[in-house]
Ligand binder design. Structure first.
Ligand SMILES: *Cc1c(COP(=O)(O)O)cnc(C)c1O
Length: 350
């Protein structure tokens, strides 16, 4: 027997969405990736960083990713001291738990949302507590004073789609004795963001990612925005070279090409609205979404049946393991063409 920590031995580990090896033969709508390529400026910047013979890779990258903090700071309207860059927002979620929740202390989040928070908390040996949602999309049974060390709120919520209203998030920030982390992975597809609450409450952190809205899931780029004291703590914890040179070059180029970014987001939101309308037309229940995905349930509320029908037609969507969500599917928004083919397949499956 190897001397594993008991919490590691006991945990199951996170199961990410399936990445098929023969990816080109699928319509892949299961992990909320962006169907469009990243900005052409990103490709140019990566090639330039690499250099003709790859010599750019010989030297360590900037440890602080300072230039990226400046570009992101300008974009979001914050001093760079309020920003930390991460190797995917998953990295900063992990470091937030390491900074604020010791072994045996509580970490909370909404179920359903992103179950990876729970996995990260289990690694830390923290206690996980989840809260359900009410019919009017509020957190069920959230205490007047929540004493957990961190509460993660995914807004817009994934896998369901709606955002929480700003005044409600503001109230949650006041009710949290610990940190309130707003996971705004999908904010760029939404009508509103809670970013301004970072200035108002010292316990609020907002996380963003370039994985979805900037088409850079494969580069691993995320960030957090919070008070400088929080950022300084996270800087002590992270791997010192957490972003490689190519990722840093890609990030700067992507954030600077706002015109390309805005056009991709607009197209995805238009397709989302069209697809929602069409699915409803064939009797599906579709929750209004502020993300680049929809949660949709067929009339017979048998998600697995439709999942399997789509799978047989090489269309991959997400069937979530939570029994609460077995009645539906989370379907990422692809190109208009991909969604037309998906709709035709769903209609055929019946
Ligand atoms: C995709 C996703 C993440 C992870 O983003 P990365 O930046 O790719 O690590 C975090 N939170 C939610 C809710 C997500 O859907």
């Amino acid at each position: 027997m190897i001397p594993l920590r008991p919490n590691i031995a006991a945990m199951k580990g996170y199961v990410p969405g399936y990445q098929p090896p023969d990816i080109a033969s699928w319509i892949k709508l299961n992990t909320n990736e962006n169907p469009y390529p990243p900005s052409p400026e990103v490709v140019k910047a990566i090639l330039e960083e690499l250099g003709p013979d790859g010599a750019g890779l010989r030297i360590y990258p900037s440890a602080s990713s300072q230039k990226l903090r400046e570009v992101a700071g300008e974009l979001y309207g914050f001093d760079p001291s309020w920003i930390i860059m991460a190797n995917g927002s998953d990295e900063v979620l992990n470091n937030l738990i390491r900074a604020f929740a010791a072994e045996g202390e509580e970490v909370g989040y909404v179920n359903p949302s992103y179950s990876y928070y729970g996995t990260l908390a289990e690694v830390q040996g923290a206690v996980v507590r989840t809260f359900g949602l009410t019919d009017d999309f509020r957190i069920a049974g959230f205490p007047e004073r929540y004493e957990g060390k961190i509460f993660f709120l995914t807004t817009p919520n994934a896998p369901l789609g709606p955002s929480f209203p700003l005044d409600y998030i503001d109230e949650l920030a006041r009710r949290c004795a610990g940190m309130l982390v707003l996971d705004e992975t999908y904010a760029e597809f939404a009508e509103s963001s809670a970013l301004e609450l970072v200035r108002k409450h010292e316990n609020v952190v907002v996380t963003r990612t370039l994985s979805k809205s900037y088409s850079l899931a494969g580069m691993r780029l995320g960030l957090a925005i919070a008070r400088p004291e929080v950022i300084a703590a996270l800087d002590k914890i992270r791997d010192h070279y957490n972003l490689d040179r190519l990722a840093q070059a890609a990030c700067i180029a992507a954030l600077k090409d706002q015109a390309y970014f805005a056009d991709c987001c607009r197209r995805i939101c238009e397709t989302r609205e069209w697809f929602t309308h069409e699915l409803r037309g064939i009797g599906y229940n579709v929750i209004p979404s502020q993300g680049n995905f929809v949660f949709a349930a067929p009339p017979d509320r048998h998600g697995k049946r439709v999942y399997e029908g789509l799978y047989a037609r090489k269309i991959l969507v997400r069937l979530l393991s939570d029994p609460l969500l077995a009645h539906g599917l989370r379907i990422s928004i692809g190109t208009r063409g991909e969604m037309e083919r998906t709709l035709a397949a769903i209609t055929e499956i019946g």
